[in-house]
Ligand binder design. Structure first.
Ligand SMILES: Nc1ncnc2c1ncn2[C@@H]1O[C@H](COP(=O)(O)OP(=O)(O)OP(=O)(O)O)[C@@H](O)[C@H]1O
Ligand SMILES: [Mg+2]
Length: 1011
């Protein structure tokens, strides 16, 4: 495929303004008139309406019989689409009123026009048969039509959306809210009452109150140096270039104010976006500013002003006055200007302008600011060269500004400097933001987000802050906001959207398409991936990329080892992304996913989540489910939060798909593995039950033994449940039986490893060790066997578990060695979860052995590392082990804090206290004794002993009893001895040597205390 064959999408989403104008009074009159005459009359109306649409570069979408529908901002986007529509509407109303008056006079007919205007998103493009015309469709169009139907004769009505964009530039009268058919909420309606006071966006900012001027000291110095030179007769031209909103106008304004304050005269002119078709608009403006002419001045005064100033400068101007009067629209009836051809007239005018600049009597320095050259009409632009040439050797400094897409055409004025204005740096942006939003602490962090999104463009900063205030994310007054709701996405304000869309639309269609395709990939895109996605040959794509980088949309972020392009503005990317039709965008997403797969054969795991998300946006549900599952496996217990979310996604993606072997397997696995993360992260018990029931239904129906084994594990064996030892052990055995029957070695290893935990908790250390030995034997030394199903590294877990069994039986040195080995394996095999548990156990062991400082330090470090996992189970365990180590160090208050935090973390996420709850209660009671809250300690230790005994949790029971005995002794309650006797009996029975030693110590202490 070559770039010229590339099918351009047949439509786009665009932000536009739609205008409906309807000539009223027609229907009933049609009957009374000769059809031919009637046709002529109607054509008169249509051509007035259509002319005004075209004058402001709108598109006549269609003739509606009685009127027209026009679109501003499509096919080519205009950043001021709403303003153009309003200008057109005002002129239509005037012109039609005039025409209607004429018809009334000549034919006694009564006509009027009414107009409706709305702004918003439309789908614009060719519709229908092959050459079906370009048209806009969507809710926005319908609402514009309703505005028209609502409008009174001779009036134009705007919706709130259009009014928002036209505000300040036009006088608008709020008519209140109206119920509109087809709109779910009442619509606020405005009447267009006339031209407003603002001429530019900067005027609007001024009306709202300027923000504090920040940065720009170098640029200001350059301008002031230019003025100093001009004062000494070295007149010059300075050009300021920057993208929209970066601050050209503001810089010029600040400079002009400073110049004025030193007594320098400043004249200003400004080209208008809608003025490109209006000849000499800018030169006229310049002259009006120069002669100090106000809109309301009567003609005679205007002539006096012109003559007064011109003759003062140069008496010979007398001859030129008729030309000037004529040009400025105030011809002197007594001295009409000579009849000249258009060309001769233009020449004469050029002469006048140059002579004004070089006038012999000019003694004072002046500054002339001409803004927005990129919008200048052809006639004015042609005159710029002469004007600039004339500046040489005078005391005039001319400052012009324009956007980068404009290339100065004048033939090199003798002294021209150009300043490229960069966006604001992070510091200046922050200062601007402080001025706009204030310094409330709740705003911390917002500055970075906004700087990143706006890339330092002050206009975007202002608009985003305004939008956040309007959406209620920010509360309070300008300059003193508070964050009311967290900001997840700042969105693209409509005012910014129109500016960016207009820039994008100036690209050639193929470059624009490539930009849209790039936007799908994300903030950055690799050149090779983009080429695959777009289906272009290298030599076809390069010139397009060149255009996109030259125009400042993309920049080359990396060139080695391969070229990577990045969007200069995050907002541009969003606008390019949002402008595509859903269908086109979906296809690009799917192509992007395929390019990722093809180009990264070694990184599929790592990229799986990204590929899945592109597949999903590309509407390829099955592929999306496959890649999500892969990503979920990859996230595993290292990133349990991600894994859970991804498994849930797999389940949802598979849901609507047709049932086959693969989709059924995914339906079961996705549920089972969600359950597998429930004990790590917590889950609503209803949701848990539902997932289990659904998984069971599918697994039973398909007779999948492996799934049933996993299900048994999930519903009866896994940690985090209130277990009763006997039932738990039975369920563990049943799970292992099912796993054995399935014949799947991986499953056998994974499930035996996982279920072995029941033996430990029941105090059967030998049984625990035996199960773990079986696991190690089954793997045959291959650490990948059974990996990642329940535990990331079953070998690491089994090794740690054996260490635990030895620790409990007092074989400390061997235990330490096993813990260290387990830690190494867990690290090598990418199992941070088992590593965390191992560190928990090791740290406590160090503390119990007497290395309290080392134990506490390790436990602390473990808490930090575990926090990053985002896993509640492990985090709670790490905290309680820290507490236990602190107890050994006799830091009771700190210990209590750690243990309480552990309890809180666990309870917040889980429905119950899990299998460790008696142990946590026991150590908490111990901490309470330490801080001399013995009564609470007695109660808590009593409860811990009771539930451990009731549930058969013999691992925890001796400790709980031992603490109870101490607490009683401290509280002076009888019966400590019996309690210790029970503790000793249980420890003896289970072979808990370490506990026996502790019990012995306690006995001595208590004895010493009582005698
Ligand atoms: N240095 C600055 N300090 C504070 N505010 C600024 C600064 N520069 C620009 N602004 C504000 O940012 C907004 C946009 O600036 P401005 O209108 O000067 O941009 P521009 O480059 O002229 O854009 P356009 O090409 O659209 O005319 C204005 O509200 C202005 O007050
Ligand atoms: Mg400007």
């Amino acid at each position: 495929m070559s770039s010229t064959d590339r099918i351009e999408p047949d439509g786009e989403r665009k932000q536009v303004t739609v205008l409906f104008a309807d000539v009223m009074g027609s229907m009933d009159m049609a009957e009374q008139h000769d059809p031919e005459q009637w046709r002529r009359i109607m054509q008169g109306f249509f051509s007035i309406l259509a002319d005004e649409v075209r004058r402001f570069e709108g598109t006549v979408d269609k003739f509606t019989g009685d009127g027209i529908m026009a679109v501003f901002g499509a096919p080519v986007a205009h950043e001021d689409h709403a303003r153009r529509a309003c200008f057109a509407a005002l002129r239509m109303l005037d012109d039609i009123a005039e025409y209607a008056a004429e018809l009334r006079r000549k034919h006694g007919l009564n006509f009027s026009v009414r107009i409706g205007i709305n702004s918003g998103e439309v789908i614009a493009g060719a519709i229908g048969e092959e050459d079906g015309g370009y048209t806009a469709v969507g809710h926005t169009v319908g609402l514009a039509q309703r505005m028209e139907a609502l409008a009174e004769p001779g009036k134009a009505y705007l919706t709130e959306a259009a009014a928002e964009l036209a505000h300040g530039f036009f006088e608008l009268e709020d008519l209140g809210e109206f119920e509109i058919k087809g709109a779910s909420l009442p619509v606020r309606v405005f009447e267009l009452a006339g031209i407003g006071t603002a001429r530019s966006r900067l005027d609007l900012s001024r009306e709202r109150g300027f923000t504090r001027f920040v940065g720009r000291s170098e640029e200001m110095e350059a301008l002031e140096a230019g003025l100093e030179r001009a004062k000494s007769g070295e007149g010059a031209v300075v050009g300021i270039v920057a993208e929209p909103g970066v601050g050209k106008s503001r810089l010029c304004h600040e400079f002009a104010e400073r110049a004025r304050s030193t007594g320098v005269e400043v004249f200003e002119a400004q080209a208008q976006a809608h003025g490109r078709e209006i000849p000499f608009m800018s030169v006229l403006q310049m002259l009006r500013s120069y002669f100090g002419i106000a809109d309301a001045d009567p003609e005679r005064i205007v002539r006096e002003k012109i003559a007064g100033r011109a003759l003062l400068l140069d008496p010979e101007f007398a001859d030129e006055l008729p030309v000037l009067f004529d040009f400025l629209g105030v011809p002197d009836p007594e001295r009409p200007a000579p009849q000249l051809s258009a060309e001769a007239r233009q020449r004469a005018l050029r002469g006048v302008v140059c002579r004004l600049v070089r006038a012999p009597n000019r003694r004072e320095p002046i500054v002339t600011v001409i803004e927005d050259l990129h919008w200048m009409d052809g006639g004015s632009a042609a005159m710029l060269g002469d004007l600039f040439g004339a500046v040489e050797g005078t005391q005039t400094l001319v400052v012009v500004n324009f956007r980068p897409e404009y290339t100065p055409e004048w033939a090199g004025p003798p002294d021209y400097h150009q300043i490229s204005l960069a966006p604001l740096g992070a510091g200046d942006t922050r200062e601007l933001l402080r001025d706009l939003a204030g310094e409330d602490p709740s705003l911390d962090g917002l500055a970075d987000l906004i700087h990143e999104r706006t890339a330092g463009n002050p206009f975007f900063v202002e608009e985003i802050v305004r939008a956040l205030a309007e959406s209620g994310n920010l509360e309070g007054e300008r300059g003193a906001y508070r964050l009311a709701r967290p900001v997840e996405d700042t969105g693209v304000p409509a005012s910014v959207q129109t500016v960016l869309a207009a820039r994008i639309d100036r690209l050639r269609p193929q470059s624009k398409l490539l930009l849209q395709e790039a936007s799908v990939a994300g903030k950055e895109v690799r050149a090779r991936a983009l080429r695959l996605t777009a289906g272009l040959a290298q030599e076809e794509m390069d010139p397009l990329l060149c255009e996109l980088t030259d125009a400042g949309f993309l920049y080359e972020a990396e060139i080695y080892p391969e070229r990577v392009f990045a969007f200069r503005h995050p907002l541009t990317r969003e606008v390019a992304y949002g402008s595509q039709l859903a269908e086109q965008r979906a296809a690009t997403h799917a192509a992007t996913a395929r390019a990722l797969i093809e180009l990264n054969p070694d990184r599929h795991d790592e990229l799986a989540a990204l590929i899945a998300s592109h597949m999903e946006s590309g509407e390829e549900a099955l592929e999306a489910a496959r890649w999500s599952a892969r990503a979920a496996y990859w996230a595993g217990s290292s990133r349990p939060g991600d894994a859970l979310r991804l498994w849930r996604r797999v389940m949802e993606l598979v849901e609507p798909l047709e049932e086959d072997e693969e989709t059924t397997a995914m339906a079961v696995m996705s549920r089972l593995l969600q359950l597998d993360f429930a004990w790590r992260l917590g889950m609503d018990s209803e949701e848990e039950a539902r997932l289990a029931a659904e998984a069971e239904e599918i697994a039973t129906r398909t007779g999948n033994l492996g799934s049933l084994a996993l299900l048994k594990m999930a519903t009866a064996v896994r940690p985090g449940m209130i277990h009763e030892a006997k039932a738990w052990l039975a369920a563990a055995e049943e799970t292992n039986r099912l796993a054995e029957e399935s014949g799947d070695l991986h499953l056998r290893v994974a499930l035996r490893g996982g279920s072995a935990y029941a033996y430990l908790c029941a105090g059967d250390f030998g049984g625990f060790e035996g199960e773990l030995d079986k696991v190690l034997e089954m793997t045959g030394g291959d650490r990948t066997v059974g990996a990642g199903i329940v535990i990331a590294s079953p070998v690491a877990w089994a090794t740690m578990g054996k260490g635990l069994a030895l620790r409990e039986r007092g074989r400390i040195d061997e235990a330490e060695e096993l813990f260290n080995t387990a830690l190494r394996i867990a690290t090598e095999d990418g199992d941070p979860e088992t590593a965390s548990w191992t560190r928990s156990n090791l740290s406590l062991m160090l503390a119990m052995r007497g290395d309290v400082a080392a134990g506490v330090a390790m436990a602390r470090r473990n808490c930090e590392l575990t926090e990053r996992l985002g896993d509640v189970f492990s985090r709670s365990l790490a905290l309680s082990n820290l507490g236990a180590a602190q107890l050994a160090a006799e830091e009771y208050a700190e210990a209590l804090e750690s243990i309480e935090e552990s309890e809180r973390v666990y309870r917040e996420a889980m429905d119950n206290g899990g299998e460790m709850e008696a142990w946590r209660a026991a150590i908490r009671a111990e901490a309470l004794i330490g801080v001399e809250r013995v009564e609470e300690a007695v109660e808590l230790a009593q409860w811990a002993s009771d539930i451990a005994r009731e549930r058969g949790m013999l691992w925890s029971l001796p400790l709980a009893l031992q603490v109870l005995a101490r607490a009683r002794a401290e509280a002076g309650i009888e019966g400590a001895d019996e309690v210790l006797a029970e503790a000793a009996e249980v420890a003896q029975r289970t072979g808990a040597v370490l506990s026996l030693e502790a019990i012995e110590e306690a006995r001595e202490e208590i004895g010493a205390g009582t005698t």
